[in-house]
Design a protein around this ligand. Structure first.
Ligand SMILES: [Zn+2]
Length: 198
């Protein structure tokens, strides 16, 4: 199976009798993006950007890690690159962002991993800009967390995704770059630290 052949809508089970919606072993809940945006903004205003960013990075990480495990257990992909590439596909199906992979370099024996791509229509950048002026930093915290969690589950050791560009700070599109924590410099410390407990 190729990544692009994965069809999330066909895999969801809705049940009016139980009120439980599932994707394989995971229960899902559907929320209005504006409601999540308001929750996010309330966290920013009550606890500050640093704390809100941490929460959303971890929230995203958990989501990406859990999705990966379902994909790995539940489907036979042609090879591990297709399995990895199914991350951007399911992220897109979930309505979070349109994710298009770019460059991938990986050497498991050497612990090397480098993966980039482009994000468009990020719901989180939209929500951030609906409440705030343009930021000086990337704002798609849950997306970075998701990509980190997905890639970490795939690779078997910690990987951290950060946006080199983000609509939330005025760039034309968002994008991801994923690599091991040791490859990142000081600018990545808040992201690496937030995910250190996983
Ligand atoms: Zn962004």
């Amino acid at each position: 199976m190729r990544a692009i052949d994965f069809n999330l809508p066909a895999e969801l089970k809705f049940n009016l009798d139980t009120g439980i919606t599932t994707f394989r072993d995971n229960r899902l809940v559907l929320f209005d993006a504006n409601a999540i945006g308001l929750l996010r903004q309330n966290l920013i205003e009550s606890l500050g950007v640093a704390a809100a960013r941490e929460f959303f990075l971890r929230f995203g990480f958990q989501n990406g890690f859990a999705d990966f495990m379902q994909m790995k257990i539940g489907y036979e992909f042609d090879n591990e690159i297709e399995l990895l590439a199914s991350g951007p596909v399911i992220h897109t199906w979930e309505g979070i962002v349109r994710a298009a992979p770019g460059e991938l370099r990986m050497d498991r024996a050497k612990g090397e991993f480098f993966f980039t791509g482009t994000w468009t229509n990020s719901y989180e950048a939209e929500q951030h800009l609906s409440f705030n002026e343009k930021s000086s930093e990337p704002v798609c915290w849950s997306l970075m967390g998701y990509a980190s969690g997905w890639a970490t589950a795939f690779f078997g050791s910690k990987l951290v995704a950060i946006e080199p560009r983000c609509v939330g700070r005025g760039d034309e599109s968002c994008g991801w770059k994923i690599q091991p924590p040791a490859k990142w410099g000081d600018e990545a410390k808040p992201y690496v630290d937030a995910l250190a407990k996983f």
